[in-house]
Design a protein around this ligand. Structure first.
Ligand SMILES: *Cc1c(COP(=O)(O)O)cnc(C)c1O
Length: 364
């Protein structure tokens, strides 16, 4: 007897390891391991989920029409060119399955978001990882990696876990250098946190052609990671493809209600962005003062570089002994680094205190 077997490449996928939430034996922890917004759930979104509970016997609107209208109004986009997903992760998977597959390569940068590799491998694609320069995607190297088999290129901008950003002109140069049949997926999960004038999340390139997609999420600044809502802005032909392959009711009723309410929460994004700009700087300077290298970040997290995997592991253990959970990033090829989410002012202070103590201990 032989047991059922998936396609061989499926067993080459290492399961995605999310940020940990608990430390055994501790009932209070500070979770800075998943880049969740610093301020919890928007109050209006919480109320909207409670209200939606009374209608949970009904299927949600499969087209998420009200949510797409709300997104369109907020960002000045045509709702017809928006598709919602069960998190942007779902849209990443469908893009890989629809445009990738056997003999259809997917290209990403070496330290790009791991879901591209997981979804691309699942689709049956060869996933090509392109070396970076200073932990930043290298446009020339990405272009050089394109072959006749390339069908999709993913670029997280800003990138997770490095925090690096490519300016608008560089992304435009990437698009211009790619063959028109290569779908460029710009993942702007952290767009709201960017504090630079030379940035575009991808809207202009989507509008300029028929081969670029922008992905966004409610999981970060909007504080709804648990609701699982993401969205894509794409040319009509790509929207048509995603609407054919996605689950008919892929975004739950509670998720749709929460996201609509989050968009309406007065000042929510402005507050989150302003806090992040200030405390990302505080966190960076505090870690640097403790002698730790910090890579420049445009997201709601920083990548702390401890030079060796041993020292990064020791720093992680030290933080955990103080109840602070951050994200080891060995799975991203960065075993000498830890990714630390920018939390509240108090949480940032506790990270700095802990890392200052860690550095003092190492030198003492
Ligand atoms: C957090 C994150 C996402 C969002 O995923 P969701 O499925 O929407 O929660 C997408 N891309 C990157 C690069 C991220 O860091």
């Amino acid at each position: 007897m032989t047991a059922p077997a998936p396609r061989p490449e499926v067993l080459n996928i290492a399961p995605y390891v999310g940020g940990e939430s608990d430390i055994p034996g501790r009932n209070r922890t500070i979770k800075l391991s998943s880049n969740e917004g610093a301020f919890g759930v928007p109050p209006g979104a919480q109320a909207a989920v409670v209200a939606a509970a009374a209608e949970l016997h009904r299927y949600p609107d499969g087209g998420a029409a009200a949510l797409r209208r709300a997104i369109g109004a907020r960002f000045g986009l045509d709702p017809e060119r928006i598709v919602c997903g069960n998190g942007s992760d779902e849209l990443i998977s469908h893009l890989c399955l629809a445009y990738g597959g056997h003999g259809r390569d997917i290209v990403m940068s070496a330290h790009g978001f791991l879901m591209y590799q997981i979804a691309g491998t699942y689709a049956g694609s060869r996933v090509v990882k392109v070396p970076e320069r200073n932990l930043t995607a290298d446009i020339d190297a990405l272009l050089a990696a394109v072959s006749p088999a390339t069908r999709v290129m993913f670029l997280a901008n800003p990138n997770n876990p490095t925090g690096s950003l490519l300016p608008e002109a560089e992304v435009a140069r990437l698009r211009a250098g790619l063959p028109p049949e290569v779908l460029l997926v710009l993942d702007a999960a952290y767009a709201e946190y960017v504090d630079r004038p030379d940035y575009d999340p991808g809207v202009k390139l989507v509008d300029a052609g028929d081969n670029t997609v922008m992905l966004r999420t409610f999981s970060k600044v909007f504080g709804l990671g648990g609701a699982r809502v993401g969205w894509g802005y794409a040319p009509p032909a790509v929207i048509d493809v995603l609407n054919r392959v996605r689950g008919p009711f892929n975004v739950s009723a509670g998720g749709q209600a929460a996201a609509i309410a989050a968009l309406a929460e007065p000042g929510w994004v402005e507050h989150g962005r302003a806090h992040n700009v200030e405390y990302r700087r505080v966190l960076t300077r505090g870690l640097e003062a403790a002698g730790i290298k910090v890579w420049p970040s445009e997201g709601n997290f920083v990548l702390a570089d401890f030079a060796t995997p041993e020292r990064a592991r020791a720093a992680d253990a030290f933080l955990r002994s103080r109840g602070i959970i951050v994200r080891p990033v060995g799975g991203y090829g960065l075993p000498h680094c830890l990714r630390i989410t920018v939390g509240t002012a108090e949480e940032v202070g506790q990270v700095i205190d802990a890392m200052t103590g860690f550095a003092a201990e190492a030198h003492g």
